[in-house]
Design a protein around this ligand. Sequence first.
Ligand code: FE
Length: 217
Amino acid sequence: MNTNVLRNLSYGVYVISTLDGDRATGCVANSVMQITSSPVTVALSMNHDNFTNGCIRKTGRFAVSILSVDSDPSLIGTFGFQSGKDVDKFASVPYERKEGLPVIPDSCGYMVFKVVGETETSSHTIFLGELIDGDVFGSAEAMTYAYYHKVVKGKSPKNAPTYIPEEETPAAETRTVWKCTVCGYEYDGEIPFEELPEDYKCPICGQPKSVFSKTEK
Ligand code: FE
């Protein structure tokens, strides 16, 4: 079996948000798809280990902010590479409330859903959500998962449903790269990494230059 075939499936990059009591919280997901139009229903796949999973169960609602190619890529680091259990992710991110849930204006638009069904898998809950509100924020193109990997050069955290371990990646010729040890971002700027200013920060997760390590790949 060659699981690389799965790389041909298409996904977006979304911030899934809900409430932890009164506090706004959320995480990044790439598996959201519309499955019916009347009523509008989507399926969302969310790892059991994501703090947001339990919060969606409690509130019975979730919102989806659709990231665009113009969205600040640090949103992916803020929401994708740390836990809402430990961090107030919305503390540093401008947001609006729609139907009581936080949504991110720096996106293509938002949708708010009420949970109408749930199915368990060994690692993920599939939430079925019926649309109760939504609007478009701008005309920027939606960020696809492929764009995130190829252009933003981001990686997937291990609890993403689409995560593929590194050893399954086809071998390419060896080269030296500076890689963020927090989010996996690989630096590929014109200036050699060593010559970047000391206040350089990872564009994905915002961590300092010191968390980068030199690796051969
Ligand atoms: Fe990073």
